[in-house]
Design a protein around this ligand. Structure first.
Ligand SMILES: *Cc1c(COP(=O)(O)O)cnc(C)c1O
Length: 375
């Protein structure tokens, strides 16, 4: 079976974990501090905070920006549910905007339309663009829109560590950039995540919230505000540190596999059975998702591919289709693109352990299956 994804944990990371476990320093410690410095340096950001998962990173970003009841935050229709969930958990409302067909990211035109026509009752406070599957498209445009309309921007860059848009590293364009280290992402620590920011005041607020509002001083521990426990363990920090130096190499391998997919899928694209994203420049290719033509039934295709030894899956959810965010604004808007991507998106295997032959075999299997069902 050619698997959809396969987490990579280098041997040196496994050895480091053994050392940390024997050291007894298990909660946030030296390894996490070092991982934060190295991550900030990698991204060219001023500050990084490692946390227990990507959802926690988003939560801390929203809390540090004082977003809560009476506020609204724009999220894309096509994403993983955590993006919209976490806005609602703070008491704010998730306002859904449709995505762009070519990149699967927030549609800048619809985004501006939503902002310009906003008439409350909540205060529109922030946008939370998702760089879906590692696609950096429009990142600089989102930043310009946030600046023009005086909105905060939190990047849900959960699956986009290492991606960049015209020189801007994903995660560094807004007030906060949030990453996930879940096994389905390119760099994994089991569970884990991080947030980065160039704003020292916001960084300090998020750091306090991460650990019970607690600060250590020469007089001992002081509790400065109410807080949470969203710390990463020290052994997870060690895993992250061991992987980070491999990341650019892995992304380059993913880019090569994506380029091969693009070339070998051209017959299926020309015959209009599938489409793929327009651009792969700066893409970290966490997931390679094609969109099946409307006459194709995805569940059948997934089943048939499995019989051919190829694992595949849907790509992400449509927030409007989930029925969990039924606010007036979301109900009266239609989301044709996000819902199409949710219905017809098909994620194909892509990971560092794959060979060129594997890609060719996936394409051969998909061609066989699609030609069989359309005949
Ligand atoms: C994975 C993911 C998350 C959640 O990250 P966790 O580490 O699983 O909490 C949030 N948003 C997006 C877009 C994701 O892909």
């Amino acid at each position: 079976m050619i698997k959809l994804s396969q987490p990579q944990i280098p041997e040196d990371a496994i050895e480091r974990v053994g050392d940390i476990l024997r050291s007894g320093q298990l909660v946030h410690g030296d390894e996490c501090n070092a991982f934060e410095s190295e991550l900030a340096a990698y991204l060219g950001a001023k500050h990084a905070l490692v946390v227990s998962n990507g959802t926690a990173a988003l939560h801390l970003a929203l809390l540090a920006l004082d977003i809560g009841p009476g506020d609204a935050v724009i999220v894309p229709d096509f994403t993983f549910t955590a993006t919209a969930n976490i806005v609602e958990i703070t008491g704010a409302k998730a306002v859904i905007v449709d995505v762009e067909r070519s990149s699967y990211n927030l549609d800048p035109i619809k985004l501006i339309e939503c902002i310009e026509n906003w008439n409350g009752p909540e205060k529109l406070k922030a946008l939370m663009p998702v760089l879906e599957f590692g696609n950096p498209s429009n990142l600089n445009t989102y930043r310009q829109i946030a600046e023009k309309y005086n909105l905060n921007m939190i990047e849900d860059a959960a699956c986009a560590l290492g991606a960049s848009d015209e020189g801007t590293k994903v995660g560094t364009a807004g007030d906060f950039g949030c990453f996930s280290f879940h096994p389905r992402k390119t760099l994994t620590t089991g569970e884990g995540g991080a947030l980065v920011t160039n704003n020292t005041e916001l960084f300090q607020k998020a750091a306090l919230l991460r650990s019970h509002g607690m600060e250590r001083s020469s007089e001992g521990v002081v509790f400065k505000c109410v807080g949470l426990n969203y710390r990463l363990t020290n052994f997870q920090g060690a895993i992250g540190r061991a992987i980070l130096p491999h990341l650019n190499n892995w992304i380059a391998q993913r880019q090569e596999l994506a380029a091969q997919y693009k070339e070998e899928l051209s017959t299926l694209i020309d015959s209009k059975l599938i489409t793929i994203p327009d651009v792969f420049i700066g893409h970290s290719v966490q997931t390679f998702m094609v969109v099946l033509a409307s006459q194709l039934k995805r569940s059948d295709i997934i089943f048939e591919l499995k019989a051919e030894g190829v694992e595949s899956n849907l790509g992400a959810q449509s927030m409007s289709a989930l029925g969990l965010f039924l606010h007036q604004q979301n109900i009266k808007t239609s989301y044709p693109v996000g819902q199409e991507l949710y219905q017809q998106g098909l994620a194909l295997p892509l990971h560092e352990g794959m060979t060129k032959d594997d890609v060719s075999n996936v394409v051969a299997a998909l061609s066989l299956v699609l030609n069989n069902v359309t005949r």
